[in-house]
Design a protein around this ligand. Structure first.
Ligand code: GLU
Length: 481
């Protein structure tokens, strides 16, 4: 056994880690006996094994859909395609979905699914066959259903898979007028919503912006000022990591000094060009050979380098007992689900590192999924009715301002660009971003209130659990349970 394996042997599983974090929070609550367990445990996990004829022979696949809590329906959560998928993992992820939805007030219970396969091993036609068959297996048991269980993308899946799932469900339910709402994260032409692809990364950006609006919190993390010039290391330049890094650099002036990928890491003190690195990964499958910055074979070592903010944006358990004490970042924002293990969390807390927890940090995805689901049920694009009316009313104000400005002696005029900006009514993308920004701000404020007002609450993770569990408990109580 290597040192790493020995240390890892001491770590709880992902699901146990989530449960232990849950326990830390409920210890500070006064829940009626039994309710605590009812909320913690996973309601049901469905395992399905199905065969698909590929390349002349039948290949058997194993998939899961776990429902952690159906205190609200539909239940919500992504479907992951990865070789590491297992029951423990989907149950941990389903539990996080329950708390995540409660925290950002998305009216859903928590669920998650997974299919054990490496999507890179199959071509598009094969992936379609496999995905449709998995969708069929889930839909026939109402585990894909607009009113009961609404999947979404996760690791290894995206718009393409969601379009196949939506179509598969529609074929099986030809008279369901709400069929499109059976899954979110669809392409725009199949009932998707603008801004869903960038949503999780955008949410990470909005979360950090909100954090930096509170100097007291920034101080707790041993920093000051704004995001401008802050040095960031991102692990995983997939959909979430890429968008978060891109927006934080382009819009907030943060410097992405390090990127950790499967095949190694990149470092550049002056900052990396995110689009160029992302392009390179898309074309070459990894960061090796990228012409700028320094390449490091053992990418994970960059976790231990000097930076202000660390953004783990790939898989669970990457910050664990083997590296937690070597981490120098002052702030960790969990863009992935469960990137910090229970043990590592304890070490980091003692070191004074502030962690913005996953259930909040990556909730942008499900928040915009909620908007997409509502759009599908209402059968109309956001803004379609109001946009031109809004523009007409703004035109009235601009005309009036023009009239007043012209009447005032002197050379007054409206500032350049004002008219264009003010006159334009909001389109769907702007409305989605506004709804997401508002959600991320409000959810952060609800967490920080608990964090600051209750001395026994040491960290944002416990604060997040307290807010979420309280809401789930209230919902159970309202049902008379
Ligand atoms: N898979 C994403 C998550 O972990 C999105 C879930 C959803 O949109 O339902 O939050």
């Amino acid at each position: 056994m290597t040192i790493h394996e020995k240390a890892m042997a001491k770590e709880p599983t992902f699901r146990e880690s989530v449960d232990l974090m849950f326990n830390r929070a409920v210890a500070l609550m006064d829940l009626p006996p039994g309710l605590e367990e009812k909320i913690r445990v996973c309601n049901a996990t469905y395992t399905v094994r199905f065969g698909v004829r590929l390349r002349g022979q039948i290949t058997t696949f194993t998939g899961y859909r776990s429902v952690h809590s159906d205190h609200m329906e539909p239940v919500k959560g992504g479907i992951r395609f990865a070789t590491g998928v297992n029951q423990d993992e989907v149950e941990a992820l389903a539990a996080l979905m329950t708390y995540k939805c409660a925290l950002v007030e998305a009216p859903f219970g928590g669920s998650k699914g997974g299919l054990c396969l490496d999507p890179r091993e199959y071509d598009e036609a094969e992936m379609e066959l496999i995905t449709r068959r998995f969708a069929y297996e889930l839909a026939k048991r109402d585990m894909i259903n607009p009113a009961q269980n609404v999947p979404a993308p996760d690791m290894g899946t995206g718009e393409r898979e969601m379009a196949w799932i939506a179509d598969q469900y529609a074929r099986m339910n030809t008279t369901d007028i709400n069929a499109k709402a059976c899954v979110t994260g669809k392409p725009l032409n199949s009932g998707g919503i603008s801004g869903r692809v960038e949503a999780t990364g955008r949410g990470v950006q909005y979360a950090l912006k909100e954090f930096f609006r509170h100097p007291e919190d920034v101080k707790k993390a041993g920093m000051s000022g704004t995001l401008e010039g802050k040095r960031i290391v991102v692990q995983g330049l997939g959909n979430v990591g890429y968008h978060a890094a891109k927006f934080l650099h382009e819009e907030d002036g943060a410097v992405i000094v390090g990127i950790i990928e499967r095949d190694g890491g990149l470092w550049a003190d002056e900052g990396l060009n995110i689009d160029a690195v992302h392009d390179w990964i898309m074309r070459h499958g990894g960061v090796a050979g990228f012409p700028e910055g320094t390449h490091i074979d053992q990418g994970a070592l960059l976790f231990e380098d000097e930076c202000d903010i660390l953004i783990p944006a790939a898989i669970e358990g990457v910050i664990n007992l083997t590296n937690a004490d070597k981490i120098k970042a002052k702030l960790i924002i969990e863009a992935a689900n469960g990137p910090v293990t229970y043990g590592a969390d304890e070490i980091l807390r003692k070191k004074g590192v502030v962690i913005i927890p996953d259930m909040y940090a990556n909730a942008g995805g499900v928040t915009v999924s909620y908007f997409e689901w509502v759009k599908n049920l209402s059968h109309i694009r956001f803004g379609r009715m109001q946009r031109r009316q809004e523009e007409a009313r703004h035109q009235l104000v601009v005309d009036e301002l023009d009239r007043i400005v012209a009447a005032v002696p002197g050379n007054m005029s409206l500032s350049p660009g004002f008219k264009d900006k003010y006159l334009r009514g909001a389109d769907e993308l702007e409305l989605v971003r506004s709804g997401l920004d508002d959600t991320m701000r409000i959810a952060y404020q609800s967490m920080r209130e608990v964090w600051h007002e209750r001395p026994e609450v040491e960290d944002l993770r416990v604060a997040a659990y307290l807010v979420a569990i309280d809401r789930v408990a209230a919902s159970y109580r309202a049902k008379g349970l």
